[in-house]
Design a protein around this ligand. Structure first.
Ligand code: SAH
Length: 570
């Protein structure tokens, strides 16, 4: 398991130089600077507390260049909750001290040592076991799993109390530790993949050296879940479930729900390889260095290696394609699921403006910027990348399902007969659409039934637009116009307003929102009678009220606009 990329958080300009030095150790890490105080950071934030807590809850390792006390006080409310505990370190802004604070089991001391070495100082390590033995026994390196944390803590305190220890099995990293070894010791560290109950004075460490190849089950195959079948098969083979490194299945079973559920339940990655004649062959072909697999029925084969397996090197993962909505622009209006998706993406595709808006990205993330018009081509490119096992994001502004990429992506998939495209883990993640962001700023102009229209006749005949405008106006729906005007479509808005005016009075409230949620945003409340196409451009959202939409003055200046929930005659 690779450690996730840390975030470097700074409060003042004076810390930037040290932050950059630390960034050389973690080149993918971004420096987050307080917006009002720091210039030249990779990302800016407004609220230190909220930012730090969010990073912590997302399990992101945190390097904060400020007083340890500030970090402690900020994270204190989260510490009693169960859940993520990423490494958290405080670093003096001049780089003279590195203090690991939290995340002992997440490798905080390893990071503290790395950072201290990079800065040429000593790390303030306070963990007794770590100080004495030079390693944290309770945090074995990737590829190994600790049997039981509570037993482990007692074991380490016995060792600290002066006892010696025997090591059984291969534990290469312990060779460097300064453990008080003695072949006749009462305490022992046992490293192995066999299933066993720990004896009284034993610390069990499991090498993640077992792979299970499985196939899609047919309906009625078994009454118990796949995860349960796997547990039983391991038990029968006398192998500890903690030694399981990954599940492996054939490419052709890639979209099978039960396989993904089993991997999630067992907490291991699911990898895919070209289909073979049997599950035994599947395992042998994907990992030739395995010992001969033991088959357990037709649908499971257990294979044990001499060493821990690195799942990343076995076959490939199921590719993922997420079509996401960034919201109107402001970071606070982006939904958390979208933020998380951007963090996991390998490839980001979209119109350049939106890709920039979604960033900044790490050095390992690839941006594919294209022209706004090449929607279908972009959708196909996204599937090609995802079908290789990559995690791909296609960005839209606002919501991806509103005059944006989601429908284009589905159309590309619908047209394709390539099973690799259909096997991609495809998901749409919503965003705050421009009409809703604009409406919220004005009050509630869309508080009753409304109709959303794009005035662009690039992709539909103008006659259809006229017909819909006429009927929607006649039906007394409030109207939201996307793509109201552009240089290549200069007259359409004027014509649209003529149609609306046949059904609405000149006093009808109109809201014009331009660059809502972006720098320089403007919001105007006018009337249908006063509206002219010159007041509108392609970055504007036009909301036209219904017969019940009304306005009243705001205490802070300007006006509230709303459409009541009730209706005349109801
Ligand atoms: N998927 C987007 C809409 C894309 S169509 C969404 O859900 O918001 C592009 C049109 O949306 C623009 O011509 C403009 O009318 C409107 N628009 C998009 N972002 C906007 C913003 N931040 N402020 C005002 N209007 C916006």
């Amino acid at each position: 398991m690779t450690r996730s990329t840390p975030a470097i958080v700074i409060l003042g300009q004076g810390s930037l130089a040290t932050a950059r030095r630390l960034q050389q150790l973690y080149p993918d890490a971004l420096i987050h600077g307080l917006a009002e105080r720091v210039e030249g950071a990779d990302r800016s934030y407004h609220e230190f507390g909220a930012t730090l807590r969010q990073l912590y809850q997302q399990n992101t390792p945190i390097i904060a260049l400020c007083a340890a006390g500030i970090v402690i006080r900020t994270l204190a409310p989260l510490l009693l909750e169960k859940g993520a505990e990423p490494p958290v370190l405080a670093v003096a802004e001049d780089g003279s001290a590195v203090v690991p604070l939290l995340g002992g089991l997440g490798g905080v001391n390893v990071m503290a040592r790395e950072m201290a070495a990079g800065l040429g100082v000593a790390a303030a390590i306070t963990t007794s076991g770590e100080l004495r033995f030079g390693t944290c026994l309770l945090n074995p390196p990737s590829g190994y799993a600790l049997g039981d944390l509570e037993l482990g803590k007692r074991f380490v305190s016995d060792l600290l109390g002066g006892e010696s220890v025997r090591i059984e099995g291969a534990a290469p990293w312990l060779a460097d530790a300064k453990l008080p070894e003695d072949a006749h010791a009462r305490l022992s560290i046992h490293v192995g993949s066999a299933e066993r109950e720990p004896t009284a004075n034993e610390l069990l460490i499991y090498p993640r050296s077992v792979l299970i190849a499985c196939r899609r089950r047919l309906a009625g195959d078994s009454a118990i879940s796949l995860a349960e079948s796997i547990r039983q098969a391991l038990h029968q083979a006398n192998i500890a479930v903690q030694s399981l490194a990954c599940l492996l299945a054939a490419d052709t079973d890639m979209a099978d729900r039960a396989l993904h559920d089993a991997a999630a339940e067992l907490g291991v990655p699911l990898r895919f390889a070209p289909a073979a004649n049997s599950v035994v062959e599947l395992a042998q072909q994907a990992v030739p260095q395995l010992l001969p697999p033991i088959s357990s029925g037709d649908d499971l084969a257990i294979a044990v290696a001499n060493q821990p397996l690195d799942p990343e090197q076995i076959g490939r993962p199921r590719g993922r394609l997420a079509v996401i909505g960034l919201g109107p622009g402001a970071a606070e209006l982006m939904v958390p699921a979208v933020k998380a998706e951007l963090a996991r993406a390998n490839d980001i595709l979209g119109y350049e403006t939106y890709v920039r808006m979604a960033g900044p990205f790490r050095a390992d993330q690839v941006m594919h910027c294209t022209d706004n018009r090449e929607e279908m081509q972009r959708a196909r490119h996204a599937f090609e990348l995802a079908a290789q096992g990559r995690s791909v994001v296609v960005v839209s502004s606002g919501d991806p399902g509103v005059f944006a990429m989601a429908a284009a992506v589905l159309e590309a998939l619908h047209e394709s007969t390539d099973p690799a495209w259909h096997n991609v883990d495809l998901e749409m993640l919503p965003g705050v659409s421009a009409s809703l962001a604009t409406a919220a700023q004005a009050g509630a102009p869309l508080g009753h039934d409304f109709c959303v229209l794009s005035l662009s006749d690039n992709l539909k005949p103008w006659a259809i637009i006229e017909k819909r405008l006429d009927l929607a106006s006649q039906a007394d729906l409030a109207l939201a116009f996307y793509n109201p005007i552009s240089r290549s479509r200069p007259w359409q808005l004027g014509r649209a307003l003529e149609i609306v005016r046949q059904h609405r009075t000149p006093e009808t409230p109109v809201v014009l929102g331009r660059d809502i949620g972006r720098p320089g945003q403007t919001l105007r409340v006018i009337t249908l009678g006063a509206l002219t196409p010159e007041q509108v451009d392609m970055r504007t959202m036009v909301l036209v009220g219904s017969s019940t939409t009304c306005t009243f003055p705001k205490a802070s200046g300007g006006e509230w606009v709303y459409t009541p929930r009730w209706y005349k005659g109801s």
